[in-house]
Design a protein around this ligand. Structure first.
Ligand code: NAD
Length: 376
């Protein structure tokens, strides 16, 4: 079996799908690895490190994928890149199929088998293959650093000869994977923390990180079978905004992470709430790419509204490419092993809910993801 690692072509992407440690693991399983020249360079992994673990370096994309059974990448390929993939090859990457219909169409028509790791079922067994979780961990951590950097304040309490500094107050909205990591990071920096999520199940996790959980009676079960949040009714949403308004006005740093799968992000911070905040405070909106949790967020920009900074970072994991790639690579290697049978050969068993859950294109058909109508 042979795995090919492509270099990312998007100029804003610095991660790599497989790191040298992953090569070492695959080589032990007698899986050959070919890496495109400089694929890991921006993430801190030199070609010589891959070679040191037994990989071969190929000069370009076409020679990397030639003869490979599995091709790995971080981002979806551009339509123009699909030409380097052959019918029957298995592409494993993050695909966001409904946002990339042209690519899905091209992969289907080329006969490529596409495995979208971002569609990984949220079952316990699949946690080690879940790129949404691993990359959200990176984003949650980095959001706190961005927020801390944006305010002219210390986060911890300090007692110094030059006076006593009170700890900053922080607020995290949405306490899923990214939100909990943000709380853990705020805690390490010594900040006071409050957090809110519509899923009451996270209260205990929030409190175990030393944060105060903002409670409200939503009188409904707002968690679906997949563990994700459901959309709130108008009344519930108004109640939620009231609760947040009460906490946000004295917050120094706010991190928002709230998402509803397949929908635009809910607005949790209105313009009035931003105007109630102290100048010099900051909001880091991790939902910027899906519309934002703050009314004033602009994806990829920092908005200064009366002295309150609203940061809308995009693709934060790419800003920490070393560890983001290491975690992505671990998810990917585990997934590659999931596609093999006991004898060590490729075996796409569609009775396996992990494989059937992530497969978007197979034998020129769509198995999962966009409908025929959407693809035209
Ligand atoms: P996500 O990125 O979809 O959303 C982030 C958070 O925003 C969630 O906690 C959600 O409840 C919250 N949210 C949504 N609407 C909100 C609103 N109006 N107000 C406040 N908060 C709101 O979610 P995620 O972080 O990817 O994960 C969600 C759940 O899935 C968690 O319980 C997590 O533990 C679980 N999970 C399970 C697995 C697995 O078992 N393999 C893997 C990853 C995550």
């Amino acid at each position: 079996m042979k795995v090919a690692v492509l270099k990312e072509t998007n100029p804003n992407e610095s991660r790599v799908g497989l790191v040298p440690e992953g090569v070492k693991f695959l080589m032990k399983k007698e899986i050959q690895v070919v890496v495109e020249k400089d694929a890991g360079l921006d993430a801190g992994f030199l070609d010589s490190m891959y070679e040191g673990e037994g990989a071969t370096i190929a000069p370009d994309a076409a020679s990397t994928t030639a003869g490979a059974d599995v091709v790995v990448k971080v981002l979806p390929p551009a339509v123009t890149e699909v030409g380097v993939l052959a019918a029957g090859q298995i592409l494993v990457c993050s695909l966001q199929p409904s946002a990339n219909l042209d690519v899905v169409r091209a992969l289907r028509d080329a006969g490529v088998t596409t495995m979208a790791l971002d569609l990984m079922p949220r079952i316990t067994r699949a946690q080690t293959m879940d790129i949404l979780s691993s990359q959200a961990t990176v984003a949650g951590y980095k959001a706190v650093l961005l927020g801390a950097n944006a305010v002219g304040k210390f986060l911890p309490m300090l007692t110094t000869a030059a006076g006593t500094i009170r700890p900053a107050k922080t607020l995290v909205l949405g306490a899923g994977v990214a939100g909990l990591q943000a709380l853990a990071t705020f805690r390490r920096l010594g900040a006071r923390m409050e957090a809110f999520d519509v899923r009451p199940a996270v209260k205990e996790q929030v409190e175990s990180l030393g944060a105060k959980f903002l409670e409200m009676d939503l009188s409904a079960d707002l968690e679906d079978e997949g563990g994700y949040a459901k959309e709130l009714s108008k009344d519930q949403h108004e109640k939620e905004l009231e609760l947040i308004a009460g906490s946000i006005r004295d917050a120094d740093v706010v991190v928002t992470t709230a998402q509803i799968p397949g929908r635009t992000a809910p607005i949790l911070i209105t313009r009035e709430m931003v105007e109630s905040m102290k100048p010099g405070s900051a909001i880091v909106d991790l939902a910027a790419e899906t519309g934002g949790n703050c009314e004033l967020t602009k994806a990829g920009e920092t908005v200064n509204h009366g002295g309150v900074l609203v940061l809308g970072p995009v693709n934060l994991p790419a800003s920490m490419p070393y560890h983001a790639s290491q975690m992505f690579s671990k998810n990917l290697v585990t997934f590659v092993m999931e596609m093999r049978n006991k004898e060590g050969s490729l075996n796409l068993d569609w009775g396996n809910e992990v494989l059937s859950g992530v497969c978007v294109t197979f034998q020129r058909e769509i198995r999962h993801g966009p409908t025929r109508e959407a693809l035209g």
